[in-house]
Design a binder for this molecule. Structure first.
Ligand code: SAM
Length: 218
């Protein structure tokens, strides 16, 4: 069985995390089908975009060195921004097409980004292994405990994704107002804001929640 996913090795006593999933099963996952199709059509265009404004504005908080995990990295505009700051970046996404474009761009820019096809619906990461986690324009609540576990004490979570604003059925990929802040209220909140950003595809302003939060020291 081909092994997909990432062996997140960390120094010390942590054991590596591995997702062992048959390649065909992963590529047939509905999210993989949807995003592979989108990136085949507009992946190059998306890569012309810039890193998240939130990440740019708070880039001074990134560590000088260490490991940064970009969860649901897509074509990698944020991962590449961080890799250009000489950080060790691990980009995870369910879309092999997105990650392929990311690897191509990294080679062009002469930076290193590790990539792995990874389903964040069932995440497990070793404890205290990464210095920062990026989660942009993606919501998988099942990943929250895994993020908490993976961050080292004082590690930073950079999170921005879309918020549900109207009454009615709420898609699971939208946050409720206040939900993100509440979910990490035990962290040190560096920045928390509900605002609007321009959607990549629609070009329209869309409500988002932003959070930058530091994991407490043990
Ligand atoms: C809107 S894009 C955001 C990409 C990138 N974070 C950004 O801000 O440009 C959402 C990403 O989530 C990924 N994704 C969707 N479901 C996933 C899953 N179950 N596990 C991992 N990644 C997933 C998609 O492939 C896509 O790249």
């Amino acid at each position: 069985m081909p092994k997909l996913g990432y062996d997140l090795q960390c120094p010390g006593s942590c054991s590596p995390v591995t997702q062992v999933i048959e390649e065909t099963v992963m590529s047939q996952h509905p999210d993989a089908v949807k995003w592979n199709g989108r990136y085949q059509t507009d992946g190059h265009y998306r890569q012309q975009g810039t890193a998240s404004q939130l990440l740019q504005d708070f880039a001074h908080l990134l560590p000088q060195n260490g490991v940064v995990l970009d969860a649901a990295a897509g074509v990698g505009v944020n991962a590449l921004f961080v890799a250009q700051r000489s950080l060790h970046v691990v980009a995870l996404d369910i879309s092999e097409v997105g990650l392929q474009l990311l690897r191509q761009k990294a080679a062009e820019l002469n930076v290193v980004v590790e990539t792995a096809v990874f389903d964040l619906t069932y995440p497990y990461f070793p404890k205290n292994c990464v210095d920062a986690i990026l989660n942009f324009r993606f919501l998988e609540r099942a990943a929250f405990p895994a993020y908490r576990q993976a961050l080292r004490p004082a590690g930073l979570l950079f999170f921005e994704t879309f918020v549900h604003k109207e009454a009615g059925d709420t898609p699971t990929y939208l946050l409720e107002p206040g939900e993100l802040h509440h979910a990490f209220a035990d962290f040190e909140i560096v920045h928390s804001l509900e605002t609007a950003v321009r959607g990549h595809r629609s070009g329209k302003m869309r409500p988002v929640a932003q959070l930058i939060a530091r994991k407490p020291e043990d």
